[in-house]
Design a protein around this ligand. Sequence first.
Ligand code: ADP
Length: 553
Amino acid sequence: MSVPKTIALKNNLPWWTLGGGFLLFQASHLISIQFKVGNGISAVYLPSAIGIVLINWWGPARVVPLMYISSFFASWIWGVQFWYQRLLFPLPETFMLLLSWYLYTYKANGRYWLPNTRSLLLFFLLGILIPATPELLSLHLLYVFTGQNTFDTFWIDFARNCLGEFTSSFGIAIVLLYYLTPVVERWKLTRFDYQVSLKRIGLTPLQWVEVLSIGLVLFVSVFFVDFKRYWFLYGVFSLFVAIRGGFGIAILVNLYIYIITYILPSLFSGFGNIHIRYDQEYIYIFLGIGVLYLFGAVTGRILNDLLGYEKRLKMRNSELEQLNRELDRFVYSVSHDLSAPLKSILGMAHIGKMDFKNTGSNEYFSRIETSVQKAEAFIRDVLDYSRNKRLEVVFKSLSINNLVKEIVDDIKFVEGFDKVQFDFTTLMVNEITTDKIRLKIILNNLLTNAIKYQKTTPGHNSMVTISSFREGSFTKICVADNGEGIPPHLQVKIFEMFYRGHERSKGSGLGLYIAKEAATQMGSTLTVLSEPGKGTQFILTIPHKMENRFQEV
Ligand code: ADP
């Protein structure tokens, strides 16, 4: 079984953390007793929040016994009289703590510095809600069975305790875990070594002014505005801050609201004499605010996550673009450098062929020549591919007629060229605004193929027709041959990379793939119509929109 990363212990804690933890628990009991509203009920109960924080930093072996012993000693503070009760009452919260750690940290491998929405929701569910519910139920049953509370007030007492515990656990524990985990880790006071980065609130000065002024207004409102009517405004503030500044500030503001609306009024009305002691309505209001806190925190966390994803995506994208550019440059320079030595081999082979005319060696030189020509053609294809990828699309006005003549001149040395008759008489459109380099790559490939895939039957009159015409808002350029044609099931495949449909194809299988890519780059489409035995026609459709776009610029 693989051990979850979260329990991989790294360093030993200093000895004083034992005593320090004990004192921290005692202090939290002393504060909580000031908010006692009944037997076993406190409006602000801190030990659970402290326990949840410490168990995540120090692990259960240290914190679970600490919690039990601290609560046992605190039973004097809480006025528990009987020994068996002193031993019994700490059990529910100790069990809650262990269950919280087991479910969230051990089982769900939850990250307690809450780095994403999943962690936050799981923390709320597995770290607080699920473990605290049986704890509070059993605690109140204990109070009823030991005769310290009556069953009549069971549910309302339970609700009060939930409020005290959930709000402090969720309000305080997450702030401490989020902001202090990296600090405590740097001081080597955690048992785990995660290198969590320090948290910054990250508000702009304007956002600070906004948040502080609304915070101030709400602070004053606590004293002058009817809280029972306008309590939801605090929740709205929490949500607003979450949307403006994200998770970090949202949980701080939640804590602030918790202090000014919940803790502060209790202090003003005197310790142990707070309003919720008498008023059930307040319990529901604070439970409502609690839900809004949760919304605020989750909204902030989701926004932070989304921003994070976007940032990472942008970074990955520019890295990939950079890599792509480097790769293209590499392909270009390798292919370019290869063609010079090939040319000299070809030259040598040619001379060799002359020198050894009418000897057996002549045959070998011819073979060398063919192979080198094949390699050269392949390099030309790769260079075309690279050009198409690298070079920006530049729209310029050009003459189709001139371009086709230029290409025909270039491909004179293709095998079978002399047997083909070219027809340019149907070039109805001559002037066109498009990307010259790409149009040349496309037509070059189409014309070369039209020559290469002619019929070999003796007496066949090979014809290649190049035509151009306008059709609606498009200019179409067609290259048609009366060659051997392409079977229907292969007509899609021929545009795939490295696809060669002929045993006698001496090419790389890249030509049509590159032609199609180049057409797409210049906003055009390349399609094929073919009938086996009769011939093939490739149609390049260029939209006028592209031309207009250029003219408007
Ligand atoms: P290559 O010519 O190097 O094999 P291409 O990508 O240019 O690669 O063409 C792919 C395949 O499409 C060719 O192998 C051939 O079978 C078929 N093809 C292309 N053009 C024609 C054409 N004009 N007539 C018949 N077949 C063609």
